[in-house]
Design a protein. Structure first.
Length: 202
């Protein structure tokens, strides 16, 4: 099965990894490609453009359409995505990926992955991460993940400032290093995604 992720922005490629884990976990043999919105010439907020061009340039059996909920509830994002799909036309099978607040909330549960991605896998400094059940309630999980990565380096001064330039790479590396996303099944948004994927076999 060929899948394509249509992400909210150019920094959301790391969602490929939890989606791939879910597909494998649910027994699907699938390859997943990321449709980079930057290469398709779409603005960061133009969902119609991203879906339309991804369908044109990336042939797939299933399209995963990502929108962070941010300050909107799931129903609002669900209707927004469906409205775009109806305008685009022939999209075929599609699944909505709607993390609460921001997608970074799905990468805060694995401290070992964060420490390794920071370049300091044996670090012991406290990362002060919220309990897993509260991950989706955090108002800015992006800032929380980036802060945790920088704290995990245990660097200071100019070396820490230089490390800040690597945050995008480090965040993607966190997603690659996580081997088990099952702890996220306590989060409603992640469970909603899992249930949509499960229905592919019906």
């Amino acid at each position: 099965m060929m899948c394509t992720l249509i992400s909210d922005g150019p920094s959301d490629a790391y969602l490929v990894n939890p989606i791939k884990w879910l597909l494998t976990h649910l027994g699907f043999e699938a390859d997943i490609t990321w449709a980079n919105p930057m290469t398709m010439g779409c603005g960061s907020t133009d969902l119609f453009c991203k879906v339309q061009r991804a369908v044109f340039f990336y042939e797939a059996d299933v399209y995963f359409i990502h929108r962070d909920s941010e300050n909107q509830d799931y129903l609002h994002r669900d209707l927004e995505i469906e409205s775009v799909i109806s305008r685009v036309g022939e999209v075929g099978k599609h699944i909505k990926v709607v993390p609460v607040r921001m997608s970074e909330a799905w990468f805060l549960h694995d401290q070992a992955a964060i420490r390794t991605a920071s370049g300091n896998p044996r670090g012991t400094v406290s990362l002060n991460l919220p309990a897993l059940r509260n991950m989706e309630q955090n108002i800015n999980p992006k800032n929380l993940l980036e802060h945790a990565l920088l704290v995990a380096t245990e660097l200071t001064g100019r070396r820490l400032q230089k490390k800040k330039l690597e945050l995008s790479r480090m965040k993607y590396r966190v997603s690659e290093l996580i081997v088990d996303f099952s702890p996220l099944e306590v989060l409603p948004a992640f469970t909603r995604l899992k249930n949509q994927i499960r229905l592919l076999s019906v």
